[in-house]
Design a protein around this ligand. Sequence first.
Ligand code: ADP
Ligand code: MG
Length: 235
Amino acid sequence: DEEYILKTEKMSVVGELAAGVAHEIRNPLTSLKGFVQFLGEDENLKHKNHLRVMAEEIDRINEVIDELLLIAKPQGKTFKKEKAAEILDDVILLMEETAKAAYVQFSINADPELYIMCNKNHLKQVFLNLIKNSIEAMEFGGMMTIYCSLTADGYAQFILQDEGEGIEPDRIEKLGEPFFTTKERGTGLGLTVCYKIVKDEHRGKIQFQSELGKGTTVTILLPLDPIEEAKKRFI
Ligand code: ADP
Ligand code: MG
């Protein structure tokens, strides 16, 4: 037990350090992005492509920093009662263009009466990351099916199914490990963020099922009230 406490204390120091460093990196990056954009406005510029790539790479560094901050920062307990279906709708709207470009269609089946106490922006981030992964896994497009309902034992259940390439069985246990990626330009932080938000912040569960060449199903179970759930576990 003592070791466990020590470990979590050490983690929070590392977390604080990471958050601090992330902020320090973000400021100069913002200047860099501004200058790169400014230079790109020059019509007679010879190396426009180089500048475009530079701007994209700066965006990429910013994405990694966003993810690091989400993982490192202690999560505030600012839960509000939100409509689950609305969170999904917001995310679908955000992903519409990306999905269309990848020939991916959505089929949504969400209980309109389901409300959960949650951090809406963080849950949106979870679904965004999962849907992004699904779209990236469906090289030739396909159907992304999303269900959301109340389980018999009173949890909000989200099921996200894709028809992508699937995940090799021995890799399932690596999902969520920081920097685990099979993509040439992946960060391997998307699922780490999902785990942190679902498990640590919302006291929920996240589970992957996959069949190579067939697709992947992600199931998320969230307590309707994470604070009550946390109390239950300490009794
Ligand atoms: P990234 O997307 O940057 O690689 P993630 O943490 O989001 O990082 O995902 C880690 C890895 O898990 C991916 O590289 C991929 O191999 C695998 N993965 C996640 N979701 C799916 C999915 N829906 N279908 C197939 N593979 C997936
Ligand atoms: Mg990802």
